[in-house]
Ligand binder design. Sequence first.
Ligand code: SF4
Length: 868
Amino acid sequence: MAGMEPEAGVTTPTPSAMRRALARARDGKTLDVAEAAVLLHARGDDLKTLSEHASRIRDAGLEEAGRAGIITYSRKVFIPLTRLCRDRCGYCTFVTVPGRLESPFLSPDEVLDIARKGAEMGCKEALFTLGDRPEDRWKAARDWLDAHGYDDTLSYVRAMAIRVLEETGLLPHLNPGVLSWQDFQRLKPVAPSMGMMLETTARRLWSEKGGPHYGSPDKDPEVRLRVLEDAGRSSVPFTTGVLIGIGETHEERADALFAIRKTAREYGGIQEVIVQNFRAKPDTKMRATPDADLEELAANIAVARLVLGPRMRIQAPPNLIGDQYDLMIRAGIDDWGGVSPLTPDHVNPERAWPQIDLLARQTEKAGFALRERLTIYPEYVKRGQPWLDPRVTRHVAALVDAETGLARDGALPVGIPWQEPDGGWEESGRTDLHTEIDTTGRTEDRRGDFDSVYGDWKEIGRKIKTGPQRFDTDIRDALRSAEKDPAGLSDDAALALLHADGPELDALTKLADDLRREVVGDDITFVVTRNINFTNVCYTGCRFCAFAQRKTDADAYTLSLEQVGDRVDEAWAAGATEICMQGGIHPDLPGTAYFDLAAEVKRRQPDIHLHSFSPMEVVNGASRTNLSIRDFLIRAKESGVDSLPGTAAEILDDDVRWVLTKGKLPTDAWIEVVTTAHDIGLPTTATMMYGHVDNPSHWVGHLKLLAKLQREGVERNGRRGFSEFVLLPFIHQSSPIYLAGLARAGTTLRENRAVHALSRLLLHGTFDNIQSSWVKLGEEGSRAVLQGGVNDIGGTLMEETISRMAGAANGSYKTISDMRAMVEPLGRPLRQRTTSYGTPSDERIAAAQASDGVATAVRKPLLPLLTP
Ligand code: SF4
């Protein structure tokens, strides 16, 4: 079949090319794709030499990991949850059609029966292998899920993983195919590791008719690489690998290894790489394709070792290698993967597992000891959070040898309840950081795991696409277009305006200022609000964030519910109409914590407006509680949330987000949260954090997207969902990505003026309120943008910590008098507003005036009195 021929016209490399490549491998030089492809041809003596180099690297890696001379395996059972799949791979015998099955899915009893038997035999891993989203293709699968109360296959996987943990103690390793970032959030709390073979990066094998992956939507290499990245972004210890011999060229094989290396470096989440050889199976389209030869497999393993380095765990499946154990060990593997004493390999059912004692003998013969590991590798067990979710920590701890991180000798799994952490949270750390940050500052300029948590900066840097922006519109022409139809500006004209300077910039800001006057008048509005960041413990790893700390860091803190409540009371006494509450993604807090927090705020002050929980927190809460986004938001609303901050938007462009945020939600997830909130009657703000690794064309795209979302929301619901647009210039000083040398040192005044003005233009007709941030811009910068389209200066805040941790020098609160002084030179009225831009009650205004908008408890300590 087309695309399946063994590498047509391949020229075997010349002996000198092989010699050169081997010499580079010997000297530890970095290989490129072409050299790696040459080495993939090594056979005979060349393979022997290549294997020696690979072995050396493997041995150094094992020594560094503290387990020199040890090759591992995982004792597992195989749980083929469903053999239906929406894909149609030409070599697969695992997948079948509904007519050949008694039931589309294994029943819960069948799943538990396999797991229990495995546990009795000392297995520790339950490998869930299944087809990719069969409900998309097969009615029988949809009907079964529906009849059993599951929304989709992944919900069933999640439920069964929990039951396996609770009733048998086996550790689930999930292989459910292509997963989205959201899917990872949902499944991470129920499994210590997951996996999906990349197989190949040769796209033609997927796109060309007759190729082995043709007609299989989940086998598009771009989709699969995205899965690898999302696993890394979600801090999931992940197994992947390559499948050799399905029609790819040597170059393409090498390319797949380099693609895996790139993701492994960037996110640090690839825990092992399987190098698997194609074996033809009867009854498949590829039955006549020759098996990949075992020397070829060995060469691939050796090259994988050279490319992926000493720290990568590399595995060959022992049931696919005949009796060539020694060859594979010499080629550089350090793991045999999962071996089952109970269940067959359902993907390769014709190849029985070797007995574990045979595997041990063969391993010993090659000079190594065989040791059992868990499904999560020791390195990740030792790293703990964020790689190991607190909900499965106890299950892992019950089976692990704490010293080595491998399986504990003689440990037998026993079911342990799977549950959210106990719900209570306790005060810890610098709970007064909001005042101390202004007086004593940060303890350290970076968090303790700075060197490892963000991934490899060099690899990340390669993704940044900044540089000069091209636009073909004359700025004066763009200004003329803006006068006629501000919101209808073309991308190019908008981009041109972002480059305006001098008199052209003045003309742009004047245009924006006139529009602002026309839409909302001259009032400059503000809200008396208290920011409560209930914890700064967060393992998401956003690369711009200087606020997040590890639990053990000196500046880490978590507020108790009572402390949150006390702050609410203080804020109310100071005349606040709003509480703005957000926090880090603290792994120990249960998903229901958000409801408890909201309820506590309203218990203390039922009439205060609760503006709370960023879209990232919503997704986190929804995945932890296993509620849909909609149901989570409904529960949050019932608990007291009145509106949502549209933070976590940063730049709504995934290319930028992937560099900037690492683990934070992708654009479509942000959109899903805010639009769902709008649909159920929870308004949100919209934000943009700009000036880091983005460029002005991203700002244009971001603004246009927001305008579109607002229009669509009005069409759906008959009302606006976004209440305002807030611009947040990047504060760089302590930001990790700046400290790593990858982000700009913030924005210039010219850029700030231009982008605030452009926001007023592009959002004309969809957003009335454009807000600037005094925290980020300071007084002079605020005044500048207030003369170019901005009508709102946000809140008194009372305790701003996020920007202060990042190095902003504009204080943690502003009194009403401060605000008045700030805007006085502009000669426009200052007006206190509610969250929804209404007028607060007389009582609230009077209380705010009396306190000057800031609770006494958060004002900076007075200077000590002079003693006589
Ligand atoms: S921005 Fe939010 S989610 Fe990201 S690391 Fe900081 S606190 Fe965590």
